[in-house]
Design a protein around this ligand. Structure first.
Ligand code: FHN
Length: 433
């Protein structure tokens, strides 16, 4: 009997240690996700040999280019001005906290020294430098987290099972999911083994096979990522609600809740961290004709609105084929940097405030501090904050610290504003009771 009791106790002990371990993993995942949310602002980079054609990253598909001819571009890729340190210094000064880089886009060209295929920046170009290696080093120096974009779809490989995008077709007899899947996993293993701690893998392209029955074997692939780097988050731009162990939810060209660009589909906003990615102009990869840049003010307001909606803002740049960033992008980054230097406290580490978005703007919150971002013109010199569970004791201008007159009313608090300054974001700081 005594022996049975002892065995039982040992068994219970093992179970509770296992449960503690599971909690420990959960707590760690929670912390990693929160740290990601705290970072708020990242830079997306779409760079590959497509930049040489200066017509966006879809040029191979859009012009139905022959895969073998397109591949020859690699032989001329020599971005003589590429300087990862210069890039990351600029990103840091702009207030970004992480960088998401296209390790391999849909054209199938890899921007690192992969052994899984010779079609890469080291083996197939005269440049011969490991772009990702240099970027990883520069990000570490600037304490910027590095995320990798990775395309599930591939227009170059003849083993990729073609889906909807059929502009660069290959003989379907060569399709081989097993070799293609093994290739992707080999590449992911390299990316997560050779370049230090990686913040996230950002998948894209799964929508090439909209049919539900197409099996991407995501569970196994996601498990591989977590095995190699447990702290690496997984996001997937499949234009749907998060699946499996995905750590964050992505929105393309729209803030959560919007669907102006048509990529949000019917996805519901989940409890996971959210991230909106957006272009500065209309294209992700470098385009020589696309001068349709949003203004810095517009982009700052979008960044702030994303924060108010509890989402990170991932702002894209398409570097030129010579390795420089487009002048317009550099200018925009400088403006954002000035704004973030002065007002970053009201963005970093905050969450969407207890007052939901209003016609005049949004709120962000850190503990008892509620930051009120007035982004639009207020007509009658006052704003109303609907508050049911909390009340406000004091409101000051974030900038001048001048005290605002407030009036408690049924269902919230009214704030009387001074003449609205001509600012991209007029910020007030309220103290919650
Ligand atoms: O096709 C891509 C596109 O080139 C770009 O990478 C964007 C970024 O979100 N995602 C895809 C379209 O959903």
């Amino acid at each position: 009997m005594k022996r049975i009791l002892i065995s039982l106790l040992i068994f219970i002990n093992i179970i509770s240690i296992a449960a503690q371990d599971r909690n420990a993993i959960d707590n760690k995942t929670q912390r990693i996700r929160e740290e990601f949310q705290d970072r708020k602002f990242g830079i997306f980079l779409h760079w590959g040999i497509y930049s040489m054609l200066a017509d966006g990253e879809w040029v191979m598909h859009n012009r139905s280019l022959d895969r073998n001819e397109y591949a020859k571009l690699a032989g001329g890729f020599y971005p003589s001005h590429f300087d990862a340190r210069e890039w990351t210094k600029l990103f840091k000064e702009a207030g970004a906290q992480y960088v998401t880089f296209t390790s391999r886009h849909h054209d199938g060209f890899s921007m690192w020294a992969t052994k899984a295929s010779p079609y890469n920046v080291v083996d197939a170009t005269p440049f011969k430098r490991d772009v990702i290696g240099e970027l990883a080093q520069a990000c570490q120096e600037q304490k910027l987290k590095l995320h990798f974009y990775y395309s599930h779809m591939d227009w170059q490989r003849t083993d990729y099972p073609m889906g909807r995008c059929r502009s660069c077709p290959h003989d379907s007899a060569t399709t081989n999911w097993e070799t293609y899947y093994a290739f992707m996993n080999k590449q992911l293993t390299e990316l997560l083994t050779n370049y230090g701690p990686i913040g996230a893998i950002w998948f894209d392209g799964m929508w090439d096979h909209p049919e539900k029955e197409f099996d991407w074997q995501l569970d196994e692939q996601y498990a591989l990522i977590k095995r190699l780097q447990p702290a690496c988050m997984i996001g997937n731009n499949h234009h749907g609600s998060p699946i499996g162990v995905e750590d964050f939810q992505l929105f393309e060209q729209d803030l959560p809740g919007q669907n102006t660009a048509g990529f949000s589909g019917d996805q519901k906003i989940s409890q996971l961290p959210l991230e909106t990615c957006m272009t500065m102009n209309n294209t992700w990869g470098y385009s020589i004709t696309d001068r349709n840049y949003k203004s810095s003010e517009d982009l700052i307001r979008r960044l702030v609105t994303a924060a108010g909606l509890n989402a990170n803002f991932l702002l894209n740049i398409g570097p030129r084929p010579d390795g420089k960033l487009p002048d317009q992008s550099v200018e925009i980054l400088k403006h954002i940097g000035t704004f973030m230097k002065e007002n970053g406290e009201t963005i970093y580490g905050t969450r969407g405030g207890c007052v939901p978005p209003q016609a005049w703007g949004v709120t962000t919150q850190k503990g008892k501090k509620l930051y009120i971002h007035i982004l639009n013109k207020v007509e009658n010199g006052q704003i109303f904050l609907p508050l049911t569970e909390q009340s406000i004791t004091k409101v000051v201008s974030y900038d001048s610290k001048a005290k605002m007159k407030i009036q408690q009313e049924k269902g919230g608090c009214r704030i009387f504003l001074p003449e609205q300054p001509d600012l991209v974001d007029f910020i007030l700081c309220a103290t919650l009771k």
